[in-house]
Design a protein around this ligand. Structure first.
Ligand SMILES: [Zn+2]
Length: 176
């Protein structure tokens, strides 16, 4: 279900009087409260080792349990995209990011407990100097390095992540 349809009562005055005011907002006809369903900002990291293999994670939880992903997650309020990604990579993989470069963005939909949220995923190329302390933690079942040419894009849970990996593989091919 889309988010606007999951809201029945006004969160401010409790009236059952919410109506769409645009494709991405609802307004309460009793008290005038208006809410905008802006996309949630999220980040993803493209990390390669010295051999040029891409670090791919296996998701331990739904949505997409068992499917492939890139490390990353949602940006907390007040946080920069770069800080959020470094934090997520440390929480999920116990890795320190030395530096990162912006790669691009792609919209995505994220269904959690029956409600579909819009997100904007931003990808960064992340440079990691030392992988010796790498562990699969948090919501990651496993972390694997894959040669770009052997990556099956259909294994990724989300279209935005698939797009990033596809662009990453194409850029690698142009380099070599
Ligand atoms: Zn109201």
């Amino acid at each position: 279900m889309s988010i606007p349809k999951t809201f029945i009562y006004c969160p401010k005055c409790s009236a059952r009087a919410l109506k769409p005011s645009s494709p991405k907002s609802i307004v309460c006809s009793e008290c005038g409260f208006e809410y905008f369903f802006n996309p949630a900002a999220a980040v993803a990291g493209l990390i390669a080792n010295d051999a040029g293999q891409l670090l791919v994670t296996v998701r331990a939880a739904d949505p997409g349990k068992g499917s492939w992903d890139l490390p990353g997650g949602f940006i907390d309020p007040g946080e920069t995209a770069e800080h959020a990604l470094a934090r997520e990579i440390f929480e999920e993989l116990n890795l320190d990011v030395a530096s990162m470069d912006y790669f691009g963005s792609a919209p995505n939909e994220y269904t959690y407990k029956g409600v579909t949220y819009s997100t904007l995923d931003m990808a960064f190329i992340c440079h990691v100097a030392d992988f010796s302390m790498m562990k699969a933690l948090d919501d990651i079942e496993q972390a694997i390095f894959l040669p770009p040419e052997s990556i099956d894009l259909d294994h990724f849970a989300f279209p935005s992540i698939r797009t990033f990996v596809e662009r990453f593989i194409a850029a690698k091919r142009e380099d070599s």
